[in-house]
Design a protein around this ligand. Structure first.
Ligand SMILES: NC(=O)c1ccc[n+]([C@@H]2O[C@H](COP(=O)([O-])OP(=O)(O)OC[C@H]3O[C@@H](n4cnc5c(N)ncnc54)[C@H](O)[C@@H]3O)[C@@H](O)[C@H]2O)c1
Ligand SMILES: N[C@H](CO)Cc1c[nH]c[nH+]1
Ligand SMILES: [Zn+2]
Length: 431
């Protein structure tokens, strides 16, 4: 059973602080294991990848890369109805991300200096598609579609296939998104291979995508060698609900994220104690019916909470302290609460917007920051696959207008050559 907290009870601050500090995805053991795996892949390349795949995924692949024929054969086995649903989802995801694409800018300021910026796509990105406890065709689209929209040329997908069994829909999704370079490797070893390269895998410039605690820790470790998107680890949901909701709907919403991973977290904030009781009863009635009871039960019992607040407005600072990956505002008029939210990966407005539509078909990306990273980062977008370069152009007159201040500041910093490079242009001609 999830812990019960009451904002007005004595000891609430201590209990809430404990909830905030649950180390659901970062433990010293995970960090140590991951550093060992990364060092092994750096030292032994493909050999380490094969052995680690045998250890963690329970089989030794004949080759790491899937051939074009293998991809076609697997994709052909996918359920056509599901492929059609994926294609429609891809259209919505593409349309949403295309609107996020930023514009190049250029202008001339009052001193005659031309300024601006230019966006260019990254050359090569690694797309992590999870596949340990569940398989994620939807994450193929959420990773690859924005990369394609941004214009990235080389997309490298890694996906674990436990026991060598691959979900055909993952490969159908890759074909829809136009991903052709795919390796059957997952976990920290896949992240290490993408960052440092092996004989089979040419390294990339940035690694994006969601994953479990080991994947999230590995992304943290390789940051600097390559770019990463955000820490998109075990899933989370926070539902803010009044007593007018159907408790079964809210129970299912809470369980929808708990079922991802034993490290997932689901939190309900409500101002109605009787409703909290109805949701608890509904969860207990529902949880045993799930084919993923064990995972869901662990996440619900160990990491989750129901918090009773005097009013939903007064509960909103708790939302910001939790900075959840997903926030549902299940109330009649969510726009009244929306201005009070500062930190959340994605916000689902109103009783008819279950988080699960965002996981699959709404359009915004489902790769979102977890573990309170929504305080400082955003969900995956086309911006993650682009970089912005500033542009500066001076004429003779423009450098004469702004150059003297640069020379003064260079002298103050004791950087003689900096000052000289400006002064020469104030005095001399180029030829
Ligand atoms: N935040 C997001 O945007 C988002 C989106 C989708 C999924 N997710 C999360 O992605 C995760 C998917 O997890 P998953 O496990 O199904 O697949 P995964 O691919 O992330 O992890 C599987 C791999 O983890 C490694 N691993 C497992 N146990 C290990 C151990 N003891 N030591 C070292 N390595 C180990 C193995 O290499 C295995 O191949 C879930 O936590 C889910 O909630 C997050
Ligand atoms: N809820 C996950 C993000 O935390 C995304 C997902 C994919 N499939 C189902 N759910
Ligand atoms: Zn989900």
């Amino acid at each position: 059973m999830a812990r019960r907290l009451d904002m007005q009870a004595a000891g609430f601050e201590t209990a809430f602080a404990e909830l905030l500090s649950l180390k659901r995805e970062s433990s010293p053991e995970v960090g140590e294991t991951v550093r060992g795996i990364i060092a092994d892949v750096q030292a032994r390349g493909d050999q380490a990848l094969l052995e680690l795949t045998e250890k963690f995924d329970g089989y030794r692949p004949a080759s790491l890369r899937l051939s074009a024929d293998e991809i076609d054969e697997l994709a052909a086995k996918a359920n056509p109805e599901a492929v059609a649903a994926l294609a429609r989802a891809a259209d919505r995801i593409r349309a949403y991300h295309a609107l996020q694409t930023p514009q190049n800018e250029r202008w001339e300021d009052e001193e005659g200096v031309v300024l601006g910026w230019r966006w260019t796509p990254l050359d090569a990105v690694g797309l992590y598609v999870p596949g340990g406890l569940a398989s994620y065709p939807s994450s193929v689209l959420m990773n690859a579609v924005p990369a394609k929209v941004a214009g990235v040329e080389r997309l490298v997908m890694v996906v674990p296939t436990p026991k060598g069994e691959a979900n055909p829909l993952v490969f159908a999704a890759a074909k829809i998104a136009g991903v052709t370079e795919i390796y059957r490797v997952g976990g920290a070893q896949a992240v290490a291979a993408l960052a440092y390269g092996t004989d089979s895998i040419v390294p990339v410039d940035k690694i994006v995508g969601p994953g479990n605690a080991w994947v999230a820790a590995a992304k943290r470790e390789v940051f600097g060698q390559v770019g990463i998107d955000s820490i998109a680890g075990p899933s989370e949901i926070l539902v803010v609900a009044d007593g007018e909701n159907n408790p079964d709907w809210i129970a299912a919403d809470l369980l929808s994220q708990a079922e991802h991973d034993p490290s997932s977290q689901s939190v309900l904030i409500t101002d109605d104690a009787a409703f909290a009781g109805r949701v608890t009863a509904s969860i207990e009635a529902m949880i045993g019916k799930s084919p993923r009871t064990k995972i869901t039960r662990a996440a619900w019992d160990d990491n989750s909470a129901i918090i009773l607040v005097p009013s939903l407005e007064e509960g909103m600072p708790l939302v910001n302290r939790l900075a959840p990956e997903h926030l549902e505002l299940a109330v009649e008029d969510p726009e009244l609460l929306l201005p009070l939210v500062r930190h959340a990966g994605a916000i689902f407005l109103g009783r008819y917007t279950p988080e699960a539509v965002g996981d699959y078909v709404a359009g915004p990306d489902h790769v979102l920051p977890t573990a309170r990273a929504a305080r400082f980062s955003s969900g995956l977008s086309t911006l993650d696959f682009l970089k912005r370069t500033s542009l500066i152009a001076c004429t003779k007159e423009a450098v004469r207008a702004i150059g003297p201040d640069a020379a003064t500041l260079a002298d103050e910093e004791g950087l003689w050559a900096h000052g000289e490079s400006v002064r020469r242009r104030l005095e001399d001609e180029p030829h």
